[in-house]
Design a protein around this ligand. Structure first.
Ligand code: CP
Ligand code: NVA
Length: 305
């Protein structure tokens, strides 16, 4: 049985297969076709944190492919409340479901759940990882460029879950990545070591120097400065990250045609300004829509192959 708990648990072939299926199903959708590949299938989503894109894209993906599902908060099922053991919750939910999407604080919780689950488990974001987002981002860049190999993604901001997943997937697919974060907010060395172990040719560099980072950017990517669960640090983080705001002045340091991406939700006026996110090189809403196409490709890959 397959799971998507972290990108590093997938092979490069798995990643290509998920992306290919997602492109195929997006092409069907554009032609107005709704193949009922998931008829009779049931998806349960259990989230400890808020969500727009992840929750609705998986729900829409299931419905458009003929399946159905249910959404529960972590509290509804007592995920971290001690009402019953995680093993019992996982065994019961997976007995009703064909797949489960989990959004949690703890990455370990998702991995433990998967170890007890009788159906595939998908990481819908943890504090460490956001694999569905990173897969979607590559789907989107493939639409823009075709082949992504050799292109450089420059991540400006917090070296957190989204940046971590981007470092994994760019390394798996032969892209280059520069992380430009304030000191103490870079990607952790242990993550870089794990990536190098899986992908010996990985090309991920880190710098605090925005001029160096922007010089060779093919796409600039940013994320919120205070992630879900870090709300109490928002003011402090705003002060630290302010020099790393992605605005028109910063984008002017990148080569012409450099794209802009953001996983959303965006705090406009904080990590990104309106002129950039609404500008001609921004592909953020294509990215957001593609969450649904990626969800379809992933579900079909997990359940039908
Ligand atoms: N990008 C993303 O995962 O959005 P949500 O938090 O709204 O699901
Ligand atoms: N880093 C953000 C991503 C939101 C999709 C967070 O964890 O809140």
């Amino acid at each position: 049985m397959k799971h998507l708990t972290s990108l590093l648990n997938l092979s490069v072939d798995d990643v290509h297969a998920i992306l290919a299926k997602s492109h195929e199903l997006k092409a069907c959708w554009k032609r107005g076709e709704r193949p009922t590949l998931l008829q009779g299938r049931y998806l349960t989503q259990v989230f400890e944190k808020p969500s727009l894109r992840t929750r609705v894209s998986f729900d829409a993906a299931m419905a458009q492919l003929g399946g159905t599902g249910n959404f529960l908060s972590g509290n509804d099922v007592g995920l971290s409340t001690g009402r019953e053991s995680l093993a019992d919750i996982a065994r019961v939910i997976s007995g009703y479901s064909d797949a489960v999407v989990l959004r949690t604080f703890s990455q370990k919780l998702i991995e433990d759940f998967a170890s007890y689950s009788r159906c595939p488990v998908i990481n819908g974001l943890s504090d460490d990882d956001h694999p569905c987002q990173a897969l979607t981002d590559i789907l989107t860049l493939q639409e823009m460029w075709g082949d992504v190999r050799g292109k450089r993604l420059v991540f400006v901001g917090d070296g957190n879950n989204v940046a971590a997943s981007l470092a994994m997937i760019t390394s798996m697919l032969g892209m280059k990545m520069t992380v430009c974060a304030p000191r103490d907010f870079e990607l952790e060395e242990s993550l870089l070591q794990a990536i190098r172990l899986e992908c010996p040719a990985a090309d991920v560099t880190q710098t605090v120097d925005l001029n160096v980072a922007m010089a060779n950017a093919d796409v600039v990517y940013t994320d919120v400065w205070a992630s879900m669960g870090q709300e109490s640090e928002a003011d402090k983080r705003s002060r630290i990250f302010f020099p790393y705001q992605v605005n028109a002045r910063l984008m002017a340091k990148a080569p012409a045609g450099c794209l802009f991406m953001h996983d959303l939700p965006a705090r406009r006026g904080k990590e990104v300004t309106d002129d950039v996110i609404d500008g001609p090189n921004s592909i953020v809403f294509q990215q957001a829509e593609n969450r649904m196409h990626l969800a379809k490709g992933l579900l079909v890959w997990l359940l039908c192959s």
